[in-house]
Write a protein of this length. Sequence first.
Length: 398
Amino acid sequence: MVLPLLTAVHRRSIIIALITVSCVCYFMTVSPEDGYSSSKILSPEQLDSMGVLGIAQMSEALLDLAPPAESKPSHPHDPSIPRRANATLVMLARNSDLDGVVSSVEQLEAKFNRKFNYPWVFLNDEPFSYDFKRRVKVLTDADVSFGLIPRETWVQPPWIDEERARKGRNMLMKEGVIYGGSVSYRNMCRFNSGFFFHHELLTPYKWYWRVEPDVRFYCDLEYDPFVFMEDHDKIYGFTISMPEWKPTITSLWSAVKEFISDHPEYVSPNNSMDFISDDAGDTYNMCHFWSNFEIADMDFWRGEAYTKFFDYLENTGGFYYERWGDAPIHSIAAALFTRKDQLHFFKDIGYKHAEFAHCPQGRQWREGHCSCNPNDNFDFAQNSCLRHFMRLDDWMFG
Ligand SMILES: Nc1nc2c(ncn2[C@@H]2O[C@H](COP(=O)(O)OP(=O)(O)OP(=O)(O)O)[C@@H](O)[C@H]2O)c(=O)[nH]1
Ligand SMILES: *[C@@H]1O[C@H](CO)[C@@H](O)[C@H](O)[C@H]1NC(C)=O
Ligand SMILES: *[C@@H]1O[C@H](CO)[C@@H](O)[C@H](O)[C@H]1NC(C)=O
Ligand SMILES: [Mg+2]
């Protein structure tokens, strides 16, 4: 590296010259015919992010904006290009999650999306940093967008009785329940339950694959799971299921029972009550699909049954007075308001979040070139709910 050997004055003039040259080159190469509209050159967002950059980073940012040497050809009618679903990958994350985000995106890109090029949507309750966007965008050729979550779909609503909410938090903290005292965790669970699919970056899509920071994807995926869902009339796909912490949802099941007795018309005749209840609906057995992985249909969440269901739950305040998770809420709705054959166990997707893994077995493990240990598999562990799912119908697993 030569720069450190030069004086500060030399360095500054070299950098200024570099910026000047790159600006000139850039504006010479950009023309409307290239498909790079001039509004894209310096969007307010980019100007905003550059405002906080040093001069060296600024020259780098300008160089970054230069169009690639060869623009991607587009063949909208080429029959050799396989059918694509109306789908996106989505991740909720904080700026501080960056390393885990990069790790998850890197793996999903390598194992699946490099071939399929589905867009990515990242959501945050605070603006994503310049560094976050730069480090994430570089990982894929697919479209990447970064969205801010509207405050009213994130923060604790003003009509919540804060005194009562505080008591609820203190009680869960005393019981040692994970995130028992956290308001931001509650915001996250409520957002994932009732609002993410209405975010303006997600409304253009029907299907989504939810990804979290710091998860593992172990196997190659050679087919398109969104197209699979569509072709098989599926609504909700999962990899891991387990029971919820009882004290976090003390009154959830009674609210669910009230809702379905008011609205029996939403309950599917071929529902999966046997997944979530061991006594035909009298009590909840705490089983849920682990929602940090989901491949599902947002139009189901946007539909009448789920909308009314969520509004009903929301009005009880249970997201804040207790600590209702999006996993039991999604799972109960998917179990009751869809047909059981519309739920799908992605047994061929090797996945790990925290200490729980699903590792494909046998032929699927070999063909997926899976890097997981087939014995590190939660499927039939003591606490797994997979056997509850499988008892719904044996023919589904033939
Ligand atoms: N923007 C933002 N994202 C959040 C916040 N809290 C959680 N998330 C995201 O929501 C998802 C779930 O949150 P986690 O804290 O990982 O919760 P968890 O998966 O139940 O628990 P862990 O075992 O700790 O991973 C992750 O994608 C987080 O990045 C928050 O306050 N702001
Ligand atoms: C994708 O799905 C969304 C939600 O159903 C819909 O509004 C949109 O029109 C669809 N887009 C295409 C191209 O079909
Ligand atoms: C429920 O499933 C059975 C077979 O499992 C089928 O014959 C019936 O049509 C289904 N009913 C509905 C409403 O989907
Ligand atoms: Mg997590």
